[in-house]
Design a protein around this ligand. Structure first.
Ligand code: UD1
Ligand code: CA
Length: 446
């Protein structure tokens, strides 16, 4: 089976300068969410129908097979322009929209099953809606679908039908091509309706069925910013449930923002107002306290993070971070490292047991095991043109307010005196003073 993803439309109601389908739902562009779902449901090949802001969509989804629909003349027209691709593939065709990101994998699988088991020419995913307004209504006879009538064309009697077309279909490719050849745009909107193929198939003696669902959320189309928020909420709730099923503890799921691809281990506790994004993996028994944001990071077991920002970093077992720390890209904190209040780390490896509790910047550095970094320490890694490296050996003691002017190396088991500006390498087991001597002017007040 192949799929066609219709995403050429303008999405006027979205009121956006960006393409509608690149807007993110729980951290993933809508259109990617759709293609991911189809892949998970075993559909290897997707062909995109693109038009409005095509370049932007392609930049978002990467290298894909697509057809450009220059003028959007209707859903039937959108499929028609992919005719050659359909002919080439000679496979069943699943059709769906790029702006329907909440569909579930199970639904697609059940639809496929019914399509095959009942040897249908077409199956439509339909939904029983409390308020069917604006949707195409499913017209049935003896259990088969015989027509779909759009809201604008429906009689008062037909408008009462609650079973609606969700816009997801599977067709046998030959039946689809044959019916497509016969549609026209003689209707109120002057568009080529894909839905007209249903009547054509039915009248031609082909078998059309529907797979009915009741969960309206699943087929929510995102047409506006309000619906975008609604879709985000639904996906977040689903993600949170999945994480809790896998053993994570969320104190208040409604106030927890965890994106689609995040993994969290058993008994890790997530407090309210935590944001976890991208490809983040968190181990077991961690505690992530409020006002923390973690992005694309690896966090092993038994880590505690409080009110901090963690970006593209790796935290090994037993690390504690915060409150108010900032781990910038490529911070690598080995086992039991502690990074505390107002400490910023960037592109630096802190070996096991390193402690940096207060008011510090460590950038482009290597810090050896169990070394203690005093309050107010700064690596001067940038000379205005280039970045340079600072190396500190193991078991050393960096006195408070030490300035290390890189490139510079401090040996093992060495010390720097508080307030030192270190511009020269310090050998092992050495105490370095790099500060002016204090002079007391007695009687100065007088
Ligand atoms: C369509 C169905 C309707 C169904 C509803 C479900 C038809 C005629 N009607 O109506 O029965 O209940 O979806 O949401 O199919 N698109 C293109 N190219 C086009 C036209 C549309 O790519 O030329 C894409 C749009 O970007 C959009 C999707 O197809 O994502 C649906 O198009 P839209 O015009 O919104 O269809 P509806 O009128 O909502
Ligand atoms: Ca629509």
């Amino acid at each position: 089976m192949i799929s066609l993803i219709l995403a050429a439309g303008k999405g006027t109601r979205m009121k956006s300068e960006r393409s509608k389908v690149v807007h993110e739902v729980n951290g993933v562009p809508m259109v990617k969410m759709v293609s991911k779902l189809l892949k998970n449901a075993g559909i290897e090949k997707s062909i995109y129908i693109l038009g409005h802001r095509m370049e932007e969509v392609l930049n978002t989804i990467g290298e894909v097979e697509y057809v450009e629909q220059v003028e959007q003349l209707g859903t039937g027209h959108a499929v028609l322009i992919a005719k050659e691709k359909i002919e080439e593939n000679k496979d069943d065709v699943l059709i769906t929209y790029g702006d329907t990101p909440l569909l579930r994998e199970e639904t697609i699988n059940r639809m496929k099953e019914k399509f095959h088991n009942e040897n249908l020419d077409c199956i439509i995913l339909s939904c029983n809606m409390k308020d069917p307004f604006a949707y195409g209504r499913i017209i049935k006879k003896d259990g088969n679908v015989v027509d779909i009538i759009e809201e604008k064309e429906a009689t008062e009697e037909q408008k009462k039908i609650k079973e609606v077309n969700t816009g997801v279909y599977i067709f046998k490719y030959k039946s689809l091509l044959e019916a497509l050849g016969k549609i026209n745009n003689n209707n109120i909107k002057g568009e080529y309706y894909l839905t007209d193929t249903i009547k054509i198939l039915s009248e031609g003696g082909y078998k059309v069925g529907s797979y009915e669902i009741d969960d309206e959320d699943e087929v929510l189309g995102v047409n506006s910013k309000a619906q975008l928020a609604q879709a985000n909420k639904i996906l977040r709730d689903r993600k949170n449930l999945q994480l809790m099923d896998n053993g994570a503890i969320l104190i208040d799921p409604a106030a927890t923002y965890i994106e689609e691809d995040v993994e969290i281990g058993e008994d890790t506790v997530i407090y309210p107002n935590v944001i976890i994004q991208g490809d983040t993996k968190i181990g077991k028994n961690c505690i992530i306290l409020s006002n923390t944001r973690i992005e694309n990071s690896i966090i092993k077991d038994n880590v505690k993070i409080e009110s901090s920002l963690v970006e593209k970093s790796t935290l090994e077992e037993g690390v504690t971070v915060g409150p108010f720390a900032h781990l910038r890209p490529k911070a690598h904190l080995k086992e039991n490292v502690h990074v505390g209040n107002f400490v910023e780390i960037k592109n630096a490896v802190l070996e096991k047991g390193v402690k940096s509790g207060h008011l510090t910047y460590i950038g482009d550095a290597e810090v050896g095991e169990n070394t203690n970094i005093g309050a107010g320490t700064i690596t001067c890694n940038y000379d205005g043109k280039n970045k340079h490296k600072t190396k500190i050996g193991k078991e050393s003691f960096i006195g408070s307010n030490t300035i290390m002017v890189a490139p510079v190396e401090i040996g093992e088991e060495s010390f720097t005196a508080a307030g030192s500006v270190i511009t020269k390498n310090v050998p092992d087991s050495t105490l370095a003073f790099g500060r002016a001597k204090q002079i007391n002017k007695e009687g100065w007040k007088k």
